[in-house]
Ligand binder design. Structure first.
Ligand code: T1G
Length: 700
């Protein structure tokens, strides 16, 4: 038929194999092949049972997401599933790997399902802002019951093989290869040992009350998102005749597929993969088997925990035995937490303390490590001193990395004789949980070392994004800019609780002031002092945060910051309101009212404008790299796809108009990036830059 699907007749069994690597996505060619080969098998008098399997590592893992947003190509997946189900001859599917979405729907169109041990089943469509659109919301309830199906469809969670058996999605669960089991269980169909039935011929038992409780849970979990609610609506229609239920599912699918939430979630899915495509992707990663960490503070112990969880031995250096004990306690707490969350087995947990984790007060203990990650105080002099010492004592092949969140990697590398082996590995706190890792590439960092940073990220189950050298790299540079927009809104009249609430309604997990209280206001205070000497005269000054810090109020850790945590997490702090009033009076500001929309517009436009400059300056390879940093490191709402994907929903013309309007009051802060002005003129989007030829000649 074609090179992605084959039919073999073995005895009386027609074996149809989908072979569309890497995940057997149900592409147009696969769909056309399925219809044609099922017809061929049904027309073949020598065949009495049809078996469907996937080649490679998994049965079909879903529709081909790359076809989203393009005109549908017949036959559509719903039609394919209906065609399979209508087969005159019994059809079994042998499912293995990650049988997800449309792949599971194809399996539900079959008349029985054999699970290979370890198989995972699920409907991740809701994570893409849609609902299962090929019969899953109608056939799954006919097997699992309406409440059970509504729960796993609206959550998008994968079911283990055993859970799938309990949910009646599988008829049997056995060891074996798909091919062997296909032939074996075709025989069992013949002998009557494996009963088969068209799923669509089953009926569901209505449970309106149960469905309402699922709907309530779904709404509470993700109030802004449409798709989870529509999953419950679609399942609710499964008590209709199948044809009517399928029509209802299609209408609800089309409604979700037309949303920005869907487009944002698809973008986020591909973003995580696109950022792996770097100029150094074909370089050879260097072997990393022993890691040294210098500094046992929050970051150092988090980094050590992440490495230990990935099975890498760690030697952690601290100044003295007291600091070592504090670090040991912090790592122990992190690992105990991982054990409780099921991220670490008890044997693995115990082995870590049996030798994988070592401590020392002597840098010499790092002489044989393959990579040292420095995570000490953010002071260039201290870091340069450490790198000089490491350069002298570490083995010649060792890589030296700094976890600095904004300092110049080139200046650090210049203190060593091995600048090509120096890079930034900027983890995000808590480093053993946050998935983002900025791999900061110095002027002399070699391609193999960059590739090693990306390979390490993969091993630590992190998302690496390549960053150039500037103050704050990608994320913190942009954060430093838009954080000012929040301060200006505060000084000009918006209350910090309104600003936080408006941005949380937009989708951020926490608003900027709540985040600052959580991180510690003293950190920003130290940064402002560091930058005071170089701060442009024309830049507006907002003294509120400094006044709060001068009172010793550093946020949650001191029980008071913008909010008064002695009461609760959102209690306004009247003394802070007095500080704000005094600061406004001192600069002659009459506070004005802002709508939530004003607040979101200014905050997001500020973020987008600095993000544009970061792309323009080549600090980020593409807009999608900035999106990924914010999705995985800054709590950016995933359904909005990231700052520059969101910018495309507004359009460059609108963004330029906003900046020019606000520049009349503050021309220093509100400046139109050249790239954005060009896009406004030529009508291009950030999406176009994601696929454009990169300076390095790399095409994504
Ligand atoms: N379509 C197209 N490409 C896909 C794909 C898909 N469904 N899934 C993965 N890829 C690509 C991916 O971009 C990467 O490409 C490569 O395969 C390896 O993926 C009607 C409409 C299956 C668990 O949401 O969850 O069915 O970067 O690196 O870590 O109701 O991929 O190498 O060029 O992720 O082993 C529902 C999405 C679709 C599954 C494998 N299905 N995929 O993880 O490999 S909607 C999904 C995954 C649907 C129907 C609806 C994972 C995986 P490249 P990878 P992995």
């Amino acid at each position: 038929m074609n090179d992605v699907i084959t039919l073999e007749v073995i005895g009386q069994t027609a074996l149809i194999t989908v072979d569309n690597p890497p995940v057997n996505a149900a592409s147009a060619a696969v769909r056309a092949g399925l219809v044609a080969l099922f017809d061929q098998a049904n027309d073949d008098d020598a065949v009495d049972v049809i078996a469907l399997i996937g080649a490679g590592r998994t049965f079909t893992a879903g529709a081909d997401i790359r076809e989203f947003g393009k005109p549908p190509v017949e036959p559509t997946l719903p039609a394919v599933c209906n065609h399979i189900e209508s087969s005159a001859k019994p059809v079994i599917a042998v499912v293995h790997g990650t049988t997800l979405g449309g792949g599971l729907e194809i399996a539900l169109g079959c008349h029985a399902r054999v699970g290979v041990s370890g198989v995972q089943l699920g409907f991740p469509e809701v994570n893409l802002g849609i609902i299962p659109g090929a019969g899953g919301t109608q056939r799954a309830p006919r097997l699992s019951g309406v409440v059970g199906a509504a729960e796993y469809i609206s959550s998008g969670n994968r079911l283990s093989a055993e859970q799938a058996m309990d949910a009646n999605l599988l008829n049997v669960l056995v060891e074996g290869t798909p091919r062997e089991l296909a032939l074996e269980y075709a025989e069992k169909v013949r002998s009557g040992d494996l009963p088969t039935q068209r799923t669509g011929e089953r009926v569901t038992t209505p449970d309106a009350e149960g469905l309402e409780s699922v709907r309530a849970a779904v709404t509470a979990r993700s109030p802004r998102l449409l798709a989870p609610k529509r999953c419950v609506d679609a399942v609710s229609a499964s008590d209709l005749p199948l044809t009517d239920g399928l029509a209802r599912e299609r209408a609800l699918f089309d409604e979700c597929a037309a949303t920005d939430q869907h487009r944002g979630l698809v973008h986020a899915f591909f973003a995580e993969r696109a950022v792996q495509k770097i100029p150094e992707a074909n370089a050879t990663p260097l072997p990393i088997e022993q890691i040294g960490v210098i500094g046992g503070g929050t970051m150092g112990t988090g980094i050590a925990t992440a490495a230990l969880l990935a099975g890498l031995p760690v030697t952690l250096i601290e100044m003295n035995s007291e600091a070592i004990e504090r670090a040991r306690a912090a790592i122990t707490a992190n690992l105990d937490g991982a054990l409780k969350r099921g991220k670490l087995s008890q044997p693995r947990h115990d082995s870590i303390f049996a030798g994988a984790l070592q401590f020392s007060t002597e840098l010499d203990a790092l002489a044989q490590t393959d990579l040292v990650i420095e995570a000490v105080f953010e002071d260039m002099t201290i870091k340069q001193d450490i790198f000089q010492k490491l350069d002298a004592l570490c083995k010649p092949s060792a890589l030296l990395a700094s976890n600095t969140s904004y300092l110049d990697i080139n200046q650090i590398a210049a203190c060593t004789q091995r600048p090509s082996q120096v890079l930034g590995l900027h983890f995000f706190s808590p480093a053993h949980i946050m998935r983002l890792l900025e791999v900061v590439v110095g002027d002399n960092t070699s391609a193999d070392v960059v590739a090693t940073g990306f390979a390490l990220a993969k091993r630590l189950r992190k998302v690496a994004v390549r960053a150039g050298v500037c103050d704050g790299f990608i994320g913190n540079r942009i954060l430093g800019h838009y954080r000012k927009a929040a301060d200006y809104l505060l000084l000009d009249g918006a209350h910090y609780s309104q600003i936080d609430a408006a941005l949380e309604s937009f989708g951020f997990a926490m608003g900027p002031f709540a985040v600052m209280d959580l991180a510690g206001l003293d950190i920003g205070w130290a940064t402002r002092k560091r930058q005071a000497a170089t701060k442009p005269q024309a830049e507006r000054d907002v003294g509120v945060a400094d006044r709060i810090c001068e009172n010793g109020w550093f946020g949650r850790k001191t029980q008071r910051g913008y909010y008064d945590y002695r009461v609760d997490q959102r209690a306004p702090h009247p003394e802070v309101d007095e500080i704000i009033d005094a600061e406004r009076k001192a600069v002659g500001i009459t506070p004005r009212a802002y709508t939530d929309s004003d607040i979101v517009d200014r905050y997001m436009t500020a973020m987008i404008s600095e993000a544009t400059r970061v792309v323009e300056d080549g600090i980020a390879l593409r807009p999608v790299d900035v999106d990924t940093v914010f999705l995985f490191g800054y709590g950016f709402p995933r359904d909005r796809g990231g700052p520059l994907h969101y910018a495309d929903t507004l359009g460059a013309k609108e963004l330029v108009a906003r900046i020019e309007r606000w520049a009349q009051d503050d021309p220093h802060y509100w400046q139109v990036p050249q790239l954005l002005r060009k896009m406004a003129q030529d009508g291009s989007q950030f999406a176009d830059l994601n696929t454009a030829q990169l300076p390095h000649g790399l095409r994504v």
